[in-house]
Design a protein around this ligand. Structure first.
Ligand code: ASP
Length: 301
């Protein structure tokens, strides 16, 4: 059994962006699936699929990320291997085009789990990665949005989640032919966020979690609420109680997000047998999945 699921964020995706969201998650699914079906590892599938989503300006991750209140782009990402229990993550990192690739390097080549800011950049350069310019990550759409928000007296993160403004954090969960489950998540965070603000995405247990004996999850949505309920680990704990029902675990996690933290968001997960589950309480969520027991992939927005 192999299985792969990706997401491109949960929010009120406008009609005119449905096509781009669908195409982006479908492409990422294809990239990861090719790796898994050729015997490749879940780590490789998650990294390469998330890189594709980061490179796609449709999504709020890598190129196309939101701009913070200081006019900078600060990125968060994480990856976790559910068999080795190793993880790597970056927070508030600037000038790195593919933060998921850096998170993987930290997982593979460091004794640490989470590196933030200039330390993460230093590690990237020491390990053969290049810096990119802010302009390489900045799109006209985000610059325009940032300019509009500068004229506003206040703009809270929670308010952002009530509006039709992009929240396209991306993520993936893979089960490979060795039974390894890996989860990964990458984001530009929220619009006009306070410089240095870190959301759920790089926090193991909050935005990302994997345990090959139970399942793996990747989250998106209002990070401040997701952190409070440790959403990804909560979902995996629910799976542990009832591993047959991935959909119920996903729904139960989102229910807790709403009940305990008045939150908004979405989650994708796989149980240890590769059965996918998806839940969200936003109007829409871009996602795609395929398992070796399905005849064709599901791509939905
Ligand atoms: N969860 C991300 C954050 O709060 C944003 C998102 O998923 O849209 O940084």
């Amino acid at each position: 059994m192999i299985a792969f699921i990706v997401h491109g964020g949960a929010w009120d995706i406008p009609d005119d962006q449905l096509g781009a969201n669908r195409a982006g998650v479908e492409k990422a699914l294809t990239i990861g699936w090719e790796i898994l079906s050729n015997g490749g590892s879940a780590v490789e599938a998650v990294e390469k699929a998330v890189v594709s989503l980061e490179d796609d300006p449709t999504f709020d991750a890598g190129v196309g990320s939101h701009v913070n209140a200081a006019g900078e782009i600060e990125l968060d990402a994480s990856i976790m291997n559910g068999t080795t229990f190793r993880a790597g993550a970056v927070a508030a990192v600037q000038s790195i085009r593919n933060p998921i690739a850096l998170a993987r390097k930290i997982m593979d080549e460091s004794e640490h789990i989470l590196l933030a800011g200039s330390g993460a950049v230093r590690f990237a350069l020491e390990h053969g990665m290049q810096r990119c310019s802010n302009d390489e990550l900045l799109t006209g759409r985000e610059l325009e949005l940032w300019r509009t928000l500068q004229g506003r007296k206040s703009f809270s993160t929670k308010e952002a989640f009530r509006k039709k403004i992009s929240h396209d954090t991306v993520g993936a969960v893979a089960l490979d032919s060795d039974g390894v489950i890996v989860s990964g998540t990458s984001t530009g965070g929220t619009q006009n966020k306070y410089p240095g603000r870190v959301g759920d995405s790089p926090l193991i247990g909050c935005g990302t979690y994997a345990d090959s004996a139970v399942g793996g999850a990747s989250c998106t949505g209002w990070g401040e609420a997701i952190i409070k309920v440790v959403l990804a680990k909560t979902a995996v704990d629910l799976l542990e109680r009832n591993s047959a029902d991935s959909s119920a675990a996903a729904a139960g996690a989102i229910e807790r997000l709403v009940k305990k933290a008045d939150g908004f968001g979405g989650i994708i997960l796989l149980n240890h047998r590769g059965v996918p589950g998806v839940a969200f309480n936003t109007p829409r969520m871009a996602r795609a999945y395929l398992t070796s027991e399905m005849n064709h992939s599901v791509v939905e927005v």
